[in-house]
Design a protein around this ligand. Structure first.
Ligand code: ZN
Length: 104
């Protein structure tokens, strides 16, 4: 799903759709314990955005309408922003060179 890159199953986040009566919400299921049809996605914001744009969740999870993605989005954002990288993804450490201009 999402970017269609292949990956071992253990690197993918399982996602299930839970109905609350009015509609569906997507729930992350890292422990793979929730029942029902699951979809697998790289736990990355970019992959989530791709899956959302392609409406891949509706097809993979056999649901209609637009699911609530709030909880899933927060889960993946929390995974992407680890304490080691407070600025988020990438962690390009070339910013130290910007001081060169002021020391001239
Ligand atoms: Zn992906």
């Amino acid at each position: 799903m999402g970017c269609r890159r292949r990956a071992p199953a253990h690197e993918l986040l399982r996602i299930v759709a839970v109905s609350d009566g009015a509609g569906y919400s997507l729930r992350p299921d890292p422990a793979r314990r929730l029942s029902g049809r699951g979809a697998h996605l790289h736990p990355e914001p970019a992959c989530l955005a791709l899956a959302q744009r392609r409406r891949a969740f509706g097809r993979a999870l056999r649901i209609t309408g637009v699911p609530d993605m709030g909880e899933l989005t927060r889960h993946i954002d929390a995974l992407a922003t680890t304490p080691d990288h407070p600025t988020g993804r990438g962690s390009h450490s070339k910013q130290g060179r910007t001081t060169d201009m002021s020391t001239r």
